[in-house]
Design a protein around this ligand. Sequence first.
Ligand SMILES: NC(=O)c1ccc[n+]([C@@H]2O[C@H](COP(=O)([O-])OP(=O)(O)OC[C@H]3O[C@@H](n4cnc5c(N)ncnc54)[C@H](OP(=O)(O)O)[C@@H]3O)[C@@H](O)[C@H]2O)c1
Length: 336
Amino acid sequence: MGEKGTVRWGILSTANIGRAAVIPAIKESSTGHVIAVASRTDAAAKEFASANGIPRSYGSYQQLLEDEQIDAVYNPLPNSMHREWTIRAAEAGKHVLCEKPLALNAAECDEMAAAAAAAGIICMEAFMYRFHPRIDRVLQLLDQGVIGEIRALYSAFTFKITSSDNIRLDPELGGGSLMDVGCYCVNVCRTVVGGEPLEVQAYAQWTDRGVDEQMAGMLRFADGITAQFDSALTMERRECLHVAGTEGHLEVPRVFIPGTEDVTIEEFHGREEAKTHALAGLNEYTAMVEHFSDCILTGNRVRYPFSEASSNMRVIEALYRSARNGGTIEAVEPIS
Ligand SMILES: NC(=O)c1ccc[n+]([C@@H]2O[C@H](COP(=O)([O-])OP(=O)(O)OC[C@H]3O[C@@H](n4cnc5c(N)ncnc54)[C@H](OP(=O)(O)O)[C@@H]3O)[C@@H](O)[C@H]2O)c1
């Protein structure tokens, strides 16, 4: 560690999400300092470093990993590169906050887990929405039984891609609507139900290059609880979660990226006027970085371990199997 109680970060690539959300979050956090960025080219790294107030730049990712003053690495590379560069960072002794989805499949997650354990570093998937206190409030309301027993969920995350060279449209880079945004829907439904689906079914609209630009899926949990979702790279922006129970339902608008404004949870009972639960806004990216840094500094376990990411990927893999087979019912492989 550098100065006592601080975490020195290196950023792997000039990715948009780093520039727009995670680098500002690290800077805003109480313990984080962004000290270096790496890019595939020296020129891009230098330009990004200068534009974002980052002291050091490297013209290769490996060079950044060799910087002994870096404690933690943020990995926002294309999905197909998460595994390799997280493992390389672990081998270099760096903690890794890796973008979602953690890898291309559960087997890769398990390899990353083994590398992290061997190196004694911590790694976490950057599903930042889970660090917004609103999700905890939803879980608390459900625990209190405000809607009775949960029976059905619905979640959506869609938006429209405007450029054809977007990494999300490239099958070689792990593109696709389920990989990019549907993974949030799967994650939030598993989080709310508090368990794993037994089987799934999905339909997809494929691009000529074989990427799912639209997906609709169904998850069947034990006791007949179902969760439906849709994800798309071709539709107006839409993010929601509905949780329906025997005595009412909850709606969570803009559930994944609400910004820093105050947020709500709407509670409905039949035709009665909705009850609004209001919560103060916060930057969920900063909350995620604070948690991760705190775990580095204290040795505490991260709230979402590898097994969580691996379970999410098992569901995603089963959804792809179903969608590729035209909507077959597919079992979700349990963690052995
Ligand atoms: N948590 C969130 O809110 C959130 C939001 C958006 C995206 N994400 C995740 O973050 C990751 C990056 O998404 P993004 O939208 O920020 O992507 P992006 O802007 O396209 O950035 C990806 C970066 O990867 C590097 N790269 C290395 N090999 C590449 C290749 N063959 N083609 C293209 N880029 C390559 C490039 O950096 P250099 O040229 O500098 O090497 C590029 O800037 C994805 O895993 C995505 O799922 C998360």
